[in-house]
Design a protein around this ligand. Structure first.
Ligand SMILES: Nc1ncnc2c1ncn2[C@@H]1O[C@H](COP(=O)(O)OP(=O)(O)OP(=O)(O)O)[C@@H](O)[C@H]1O
Ligand SMILES: Cc1ncc(COP(=O)(O)O)c(N)n1
Length: 391
C-alpha cells in the first residue's frame, strides 16, 4: 500500500504494532488526543499564530531540497550519512528516508537489517505530503519489497504532478565485498526503478548484473554498457570505472545530447522530461563545485537512438579512503542537477567535487583507531567537507 495523498496525507500503519507501540495510533498532531504524547513541542505548535494559511513559496536562491532514500552506514563514509554530507557540502538542504540499517565500519559490513517496507512507504508518504523535494538520490534499497515500495512512491509522486530529478545508484555490494542488496531485488531495480530514473550510476559489476552480461574489461566495453543501459528505459547512464586498474579513473556517460551529440526524440527519462522543472516549485541557489578539473573525451559515437557517450577521466588518487565514492558521486549528481543545464554538466561538476574529496581524503584518519588491535586493512571515507572546513 502506498498512498501519496491518500487519507489526506496522514499515515496509518497497516502492519500492527511497531517497536514503540505507536503503530496503530494515527499520529496526525491536530487529531491526537490531548492526553497522548503531549510535549513542549506540541504545546508551542498549538500556541503559534495561524501562519500556515498562506501558500508557502520558496524565495529565489533557496537551497536545492535533496532527498536521499538509502541505508545507514554508522562509520559515516557511505550510505545516507555520505549523502547528507554531500548535499550540505554542495549547498543543498538534505532530507533522508532510511531503507535499512547496516552494522558497518571501514573494514566491512557485519549485518544488514531492512526497514519494513510499509515503514519506508510511511516515511515517503509523510515527507512528500509536506515537503517538495527538487531532486532524489536512491541508494541501497536492501530488498525487493523496499525497492517496489520506492518505485510505487515515485509513481504516485508523478501522478500528483511532481517530477523531481531522480538518480539511481544501484547499490549491490560494498567496497568491502559484502552484499547490501537481496538478490531478488536486482530484477526490481532493473524493471521498476530504472525506468523511473533520470540517471543511473552503476559501477562495473552492477552494470553487468543489470544487463545480464560479464563486467566490462576496458573503456570501450564500459561505453557500450552505458549505451545498453539506456535501452532499459533510463534517461542517462553513468558507468563508473573506479574498479578498472588504470592510471586515470574513467567513467562513461551515455545519453541524449552527451558530448555535444544532438539527441533524438527520446529526451529520455521515465518522467518524459530531461530538464528544467525540478517539480519542487523553486529554482536553485548556493551550489558550487571545487573545480578539480575532470576532463572529458567525447568518444564521438552516435548510436541509432541518437545517444552520445563521453569518457569522464580524473587522476586516480592513491588513497585507501575510497569508501563511499559511489554514494558521494550519485548524491553530488542529484544535488547539482537543478543548478545545471543538463546531466552532462551536472555529472562533470559532481566528479570534480568527488575528486577534490578524494584528494583531501588522507587528512581523515577514521578507521583503525577503535578497540580492535592489529593492522588496519579498511577503506576510510573521502573528505566531504574538504572545501568548506573551518575547524
Ligand atoms: N582512487 C580513485 N581516484 C579517483 N577517482 C576514483 C578513485 N576510486 C574511485 N574513483 C571514482 O569514484 C567514483 C565511484 O567509482 P567506483 O567505480 O569505485 O564506484 P562504486 O564501486 O559504486 O564506489 P564505492 O563502492 O566505493 O562507493 C567514480 O567516479 C570513480 O571514477
Ligand atoms: C549503507 C550503505 N550504502 C552504500 C554503500 C556502498 O558504499 P561502498 O561501496 O563504498 O561500501 C555502503 N557501504 N553502505
Amino acid at each position: 500500500m502506498n498512498g501519496f495523498g491518500r487519507d489526506g496525507g496522514r499515515v496509518v500503519s497497516g502492519s500492527g504494532r511497531d517497536a514503540v507501540g505507536l503503530a496503530d495510533v494515527e499520529q496526525t498532531p491536530r487529531l491526537r488526543s490531548p492526553d497522548v504524547g503531549r510535549s513542549a513541542v506540541a504545546t508551542r505548535a498549538e500556541a503559534a499564530p495561524l501562519a500556515d494559511v498562506a501558500p508557502r513559496v520558496r524565495p529565489p536562491g533557496h537551497p536545492v531540497v535533496a532527498l536521499t532514500i538509502a541505508g545507514s552506514d554508522p562509520s559515516g563514509g557511505a550510505g545516507i550519512q555520505a549523502d547528507l554530507k554531500t548535499f550540505a557540502a554542495l549547498g543543498g538542504y538534505g532530507c533522508a528516508v532510511l531503507t535499512g540499517l547496516t552494522a558497518q565500519s571501514t573494514t566491512g559490513v557485519t549485518r544488514v537489517h531492512p526497514v519494513p517496507a510499509d515503514m519506508v512507504s510511511a516515511q515517503l508518504d509523510t515527507l512528500f505530503a509536506d515537503v517538495a523535494v527538487d531532486t532524489i538520490k536512491i541508494g541501497m534499497t536492501t530488498d525487493a519489497a523496499i525497492a517496489r515500495t520506492v518505485a510505487a512512491a515515485l509513481r504516485d509522486l508523478r501522478a500528483a504532478g511532481r517530477t523531481p530529478f531522480v538518480v539511481l545508484d544501484p547499490v549491490m555490494v560494498a567496497t568491502s565485498g559484502d552484499r547490501l542488496l537481496a538478490p531478488d531485488a536486482e530484477a526490481v531495480l532493473r524493471d521498476e526503478l530504472l525506468p523511473l530514473a533520470d540517471l543511473v550510476t552503476p559501477n562495473l559489476p552492477e552494470a553487468a548484473v543489470l544487463l545480464g552480461v560479464e563486467p566490462a574489461r576496458d573503456g570501450r566495453e564500459a561505453a557500450d554498457q552505458a549505451r545498453a543501459l539506456r535501452a532499459l528505459g533510463v534517461g542517462y547512464a553513468l558507468v563508473k570505472g573506479g574498479h578498472l586498474d588504470s592510471a586515470e579513473s574513467v567513467d562513461h556517460l551515455a545519453g541524449p545530447g552527451v558530448g555535444g551529440v544532438c539527441g533524438g526524440g527520446n529526451g529520455g527519462t521515465g518522467a518524459g522530461r530531461d530538464n528544467g522543472d525540478s517539480g519542487g516549485g523553486n529554482r536553485v541557489g548556493g551550489v558550487g563545485t571545487t573545480g578539480n578539473g575532470a576532463v572529458g573525451d567525447d568518444l564521438g559515437e552516435v548510436s541509432p537512438g541518437g545517444d552520445g557517450v563521453v569518457a569522464l577521466a580524473a587522476p586516480r588518487v592513491p588513497t585507501r579512503n575510497t569508501h563511499g565514492t559511489g554514494c558521494t558521486l550519485s548524491s553530488a549528481c542529484a544535488v547539482l542537477r537543478p543548478a545545471h543545464d543538463g546531466w552532462e554538466p551536472a555529472v562533470r561538476a559532481a566528479k570534480d567535487y568527488l575528486t577534490g574529496a578524494l584528494q583531501a581524503a588522507d587528512s581523515l584518519v577514521i578507521g583503525g583507531t577503535g578497540t580492535t588491535s592489529g593492522r588496519w586493512q579498511g577503506h576510510g571515507p573521502v573528505d566531504h567537507a574538504h572545501a568548506t572546513r573551518r575547524t
